[in-house]
Design a protein around this ligand. Structure first.
Ligand SMILES: [Zn+2]
Length: 254
């Protein structure tokens, strides 16, 4: 997202911008609203381009794991930490990409899985990660697992690469008052659509298919894999960090 492209929408939403401190880059700023209907996906920090959702993930990293800093940019050089983020060129990358503690990935059919496409950016398939067992302290996935064809295999892979007692911090669309809506039958080799196909925007690959909308049974699924999962709903106090109307899952490997 280039800010220059959204200037008209920034101007249309002057009443909806909010002041606060970005908990990723650490800047005091106005968080810029470009769509009041999907506030969790925007309210952009003009410095690091983080969205509300990404700052909520940062809040969980800071509160649950690191505990000694108030922004991601403040993580000390000496911090013993290993972070893998399944998103590239985002605000975390901007703040952390020169640090040994950070790597990230995307998937591209043009690259061999596991290859380093450029410094700190790997080609990875979440169903078949190439990382060694017990490598990371934090794995981050944002609105990805609804697009993973075999999501159980993906969650097992994340569990495998996490150190014991470490965290998968993630977001997925979830209905907390019903079971998972299976949108596509993936039991065979070919996808069989059970509902009209639902596609979500992806900055790298364009529109990608949502295989499901998660429901309350996600907690049992994660428990059976070996996670204890909490969920954090944003609250009034989170507004000071530009976090609005969102929820983040925090799964601890037991
Ligand atoms: Zn920022």
């Amino acid at each position: 997202m280039k800010l220059i492209n959204v200037v008209p929408r920034v101007l249309q939403n002057l009443d909806n911008h909010q002041f606060g401190k970005c908990n990723i880059c650490g800047k005091n700023t106005a968080f810029l609203c470009i769509d009041v209907q999907s506030i969790r996906n925007n309210m952009y920090c003009p410095f690091c381009r983080s969205s509300s959702r990404k700052r909520h993930v940062a809040k969980i990293i800071i509160h649950e794991v690191i505990k000694t800093v108030s922004t991601i940019a403040e993580i000390p050089q000496t911090q013993a930490l290993s972070i893998y983020n399944a998103d590239i060129d985002d605000a975390f990358y901007q703040v952390l990409h020169q640090r040994n503690l950070y790597i990230c990935s995307t998937f591209s059919p043009e690259f061999k899985p596991g290859s380093e496409m450029r410094p700190r950016v790997f080609c990875q398939d979440l169903e078949n990660l190439t990382f060694a067992d017990e490598t990371f302290d934090i794995v981050i996935t944002e609105d990805i697992f609804e697009h993973v064809r075999n999501h159980q295999q993906g969650f097992k892979e994340v569990h495998r690469i996490l150190k014991p007692g470490s965290y998968h911090i993630f977001t997925v669309p979830c209905n907390f008052d019903r079971e998972t809506i299976v949108r596509v039958d993936t039991s065979g080799k070919e996808d069989i659509h059970l509902l009209p196909p639902e596609y979500h925007g992806d900055k790298i690959r364009g529109k990608i298919l949502a295989y499901r909308t998660f429901g309350i049974d996600i907690f049992d699924l994660l428990k059976n894999i070996g996670f204890v999962t909490k969920i954090d709903f944003s609250n009034y106090l989170d507004r000071k960090n530009g976090i609005f109307d969102s929820y983040v899952f925090c799964s601890k490997k037991v």
